[in-house]
Design a protein around this ligand. Structure first.
Ligand code: IMP
Ligand code: MG
Length: 403
């Protein structure tokens, strides 16, 4: 068994999309297990750039099955929009290769409205959410009033569930949601969504019985985990590797490999603490060279030096078995590079030459190797992959993360 879960060890945007794409070649099935269309995964294949928010990255390989597990919250309109977009780029998507669980809580229009209204009213206390209704949808899941994918199959049942949900939501709103309108609005797309619904947990167990490898695709980052992140400046799901089990129905002892995607410096979007944030021209340099702009919201990302104790902790929480270090090339032009080691900043001499596109470890400048080794030493986990550019090929492979 070589199942693998890929997670971000910082605040998201570490470059998970690229590695999930590369590693999906070795997997039979690729599964999303938490989050929703707040995620933004950019995948560059030759001259085509795919931007995915909800669909598992494996969807762009026509010989793979993509699965959305119950740990996700799903906006059905966004799902269909993304399916159509990816199809328009020449990728065929059918119910044979996209399977969504029947127990996924739906994101409905009132979730998005509530999310955005709250952020508007919060002033200085805002979280900086993506405004996509993620938080309110998870609240409804725990509050036992969510409408789930399986509810779409039975009109009478859907009606009954909507009544319960609206009794709650209409109290929170300036104007009520009309049940009949919402029912019709949902029925407009129900059939298109139902075609993809299948017994995900059973499918995954069958795949494992057939010795097929499953790749679990995390979204966001460990520091956005609702329990372990910088609460309350977090997302509303568990983003850690353990969620791959609960969010899909594959038991935790069947997922032995954990790849932690780690950026060679630090970024975060939205509000909340960030120990190593830079407010000077070096921060701006990282933002510009690293193209640090949110895939989903287009917001600029806050940039700073590498925070070693933070990544050490998240690697422990996730049980990371190997690190993929990304965007090392973004540091190429810096004369001095700093690392926060818990007690203070260490200064490292920059290599001042291009690492862009390097595919062999030996071709890296000595000072870059030194920086990478120091990160490995401080974090205490082996670096198995190094990314030197956005493309599949721009990668140094030191070890197969599936083994
Ligand atoms: P929400 O997930 O929309 O509720 O947003 C909560 C926090 O998580 C905000 O700070 C967002 O910027 C952040 N966030 C959510 N999804 C992502 C992501 O995919 N990458 C980076 N930050 C994210
Ligand atoms: Mg992203």
């Amino acid at each position: 068994m070589a199942n693998l879960v890929v997670v971000g060890t910082q605040w998201g945007d570490e470059g998970k999309g690229k590695f999930v794409d590369i590693l999906s070649e070795q997997a039979h099935t690729i599964v999303r297990f938490q989050g929703g269309h707040n995620a933004g995964h950019t995948i560059k294949v030759s001259n085509t750039t795919y931007k995915l928010s909800l669909l598992p990255s494996g969807i762009i390989r026509s010989d793979k099955t993509a699965v959305i597990g119950n740990g996700v919250v799903l906006d059905p309109w966004e799902l269909l929009k993304e399916v159509r977009l990816i199809e328009s780029m020449g990728v065929k998507i059918s119910p044979e290769r996209l399977i969504i669980a029947d127990n996924i809580p739906l994101i409905l229009p009132y979730h998005r409205e509530l999310d955005q209204d709250r952020e508007k009213e919060a002033g200085n206390n805002k979280i900086g959410t993506t405004g996509r209704g993620i938080g309110p949808a998870y609240e409804d899941k725990v509050g036992r009033r969510a409408i789930r994918t399986g509810d779409l199959k039975n009109e009478e049942h859907l009606r009954a569930r909507l009544k319960i949900a609206l009794k709650h939501h209409n109290k929170l709103r300036a104007y009520p949601v009309q049940e009949d309108w919402l029912f019709e609005h949902i029925m407009d797309i129900a059939k298109d969504v139902i075609q993809y619904i299948g017994p995900v947990w059973q499918y995954l167990h069958d795949a494992m019985t057939g010795n097929k490898d499953i790749l679990f695709e995390g979204a966001q980052g460990s520091m956005l985990d609702v329990d372990w992140g910088t609460y309350p400046y977090v997302t509303s799901s568990n983003t850690l590797a353990g969620m791959a089990s609960i969010g899909t129905g594959v038991p935790h002892n069947k997922i032995p490999n954990v790849l932690g995607i780690t950026k060679a410096y630090t970024t975060r979007v939205g509000e909340g603490p960030m120990e190593t944030e830079l407010f000077d021209e070096v921060g701006e340099h990282l933002a510009t060279v690293g193209k640090e702009k949110g895939t989903v919201t287009g917001r600029g990302r806050r940039c700073g030096w590498f925070d070693a104790p933070l990544v050490k902790k998240t690697c422990m929480l996730n049980g990371v078995t190997g690190i993929a270090l990304t965007k090392i090339d973004v540091l190429d032009e810096l004369g001095t590079i700093k690392i926060y080691n818990g007690e203070g900043y260490e200064e490292h001499e920059g290599w001042l030459s291009s690492t862009f596109g390097i595919t062999q470890y030996d071709d890296l400048p000595e000072l870059a190797k030194k920086y990478i080794s120091r990160i490995e030493e401080l974090v205490g986990v082996e670096i198995v992959l190094i990314s030197t550019g956005p493309d599949r090929e721009e990668t140094i492979t030191l070890k197969d993360p599936f083994k």
